[in-house]
Design a protein around this ligand. Structure first.
Ligand SMILES: *[C@@H]1O[C@H](CO)[C@@H](O)[C@H](O)[C@H]1NC(C)=O
Ligand SMILES: *[C@@H]1O[C@H](CO)[C@@H](O)[C@H](O)[C@H]1NC(C)=O
Ligand SMILES: *[C@@H]1O[C@H](CO)[C@@H](O)[C@H](O)[C@H]1NC(C)=O
Ligand SMILES: *[C@@H]1O[C@H](CO)[C@@H](O)[C@H](O)[C@H]1NC(C)=O
Length: 295
């Protein structure tokens, strides 16, 4: 009890706990500023990223995070969004870590009335090739929905409206490097994926509809450890924050029953592609983490 109190105080003094959910507090536009709209300019509560035939646009967090429970609400491009790709991801800095880590949500647009695809991927130490694709159980363009990542020392959960759609367990014991020492920035962007995104590139973008806009709100990063410098003491502060927080406790290697139920529900109803079953890519042997990740 006393020890955890001391750890908490230590953590609170050496790292910055970010409260609130204003875009300006934690993010900045990193490309395509001319296509960014600020409908919530006064409050910093909402922004829209735009894509036209000259450029997409994007934003990133000011600082990287080492572990956390993060989320954001997105409303995707409506109507005919074929060829557009809206991404929301975390990644470590490639100049600092040539074998970088990355966790991706990528939303592949579609013709009017046709379903978006949500593709997720996990890169550990520069190696990805872990794509999964699902359809969503709602229209992601009609309203805002929450997309989150819970990242602790045992597992990574991909969450949509608080339901687990994917888990990536720590499989260091199976020889798969875990994402456990590289702090990752949060990024989002909209870009032109006309050559591959919709029906494998078969359905092209209708540029007469530009700009294509994806909206963002509720930038929730407070329950994560921001690292302002990459030093031993600030990474220790992040480990201390992790171990004293709810995201460092359960869920751990044992998922809760409702999380297992979520994953089964997704697997049997919404998965349309899973690298774990695409054995021709892997010499007919599923990657070792696969058996562990699906309950
Ligand atoms: C981009 O769109 C603008 C506005 O519709 C148009 O005038 C321009 O020719 C387009 N450029 C290209 C390269 O297609
Ligand atoms: C677009 O709609 C078609 C037809 O329903 C579907 O096959 C495809 O998976 C959908 N999504 C994308 C991104 O192509
Ligand atoms: C993580 O955040 C979500 C909201 O996005 C919340 O429902 C959940 O309880 C949080 N989990 C932990 C362990 O803090
Ligand atoms: C694929 O499997 C075959 C037969 O076991 C083996 O000879 C070959 O080296 C493997 N290739 C790779 C890239 O692992």
């Amino acid at each position: 009890m006393k020890l955890s109190f001391i750890l908490l105080v230590l953590a609170a003094t050496s790292i910055v706990v970010v409260q609130g959910s204003k875009f300006w507090d934690d993010f900045y536009v990193n490309f395509g500023d001319c296509n960014v709209q600020y409908p919530g300019y006064d409050t910093g509560s909402t922004i829209a990223l735009g894509l036209d035939n000259t450029t997409g646009s994007g934003f990133q967090s000011k600082y990287p995070y080492l572990y956390g429970n993060l989320s954001m609400k997105l409303k995707l491009v409506g109507g005919d969004s074929a060829g557009t790709v809206t991404s929301y991801y975390m990644a470590s800095e490639r100049t600092q870590f040539p074998k970088w880590c990355e966790l991706d949500f990528e939303f592949l647009g579609n013709a009017s009335g046709e379903p978006y695809i949500l593709q997720t991927n996990v890169f550990s130490e520069g190696v990805g090739n872990r794509e999964q694709r699902i359809y969503l159980w709602f229209d992601p363009t009609a309203d805002y929905h929450e997309y989150g990542i819970l990242w602790n020392q045992d597992l990574i959960l991909f969450l949509v409206d608080s339901r687990v759609i994917r888990v990536f367990h720590n499989a260091a014991d199976l020889g798969i490097p875990y994402l456990d020492y590289q702090p990752m920035y949060i990024y989002s962007s909209i870009w032109n994926g006309e050559s591959w995104a919709t029906c494998g590139g078969g359905v092209k973008t209708d540029w007469s509809l530009q700009p294509f806009l994806a909206s963002y709100t509720n930038f929730n990063v407070w329950n994560a450890c921001e690292m302002r410098d990459y030093t031993v003491s600030s990474s220790h502060a992040c480990y201390q924050k992790l171990y004293s927080s709810s995201y460092g406790q359960a869920p751990n290697l044992a998922l809760t029953q409702s999380q297992i139920d979520d994953l089964r529900w997704i697997k049997y109803n919404y998965v349309i592609y899973d690298y774990c079953t695409d054995l021709k890519r892997f010499n007919w042997t599923a990657p070792p983490e696969c058996a562990r990740n699906w309950p």
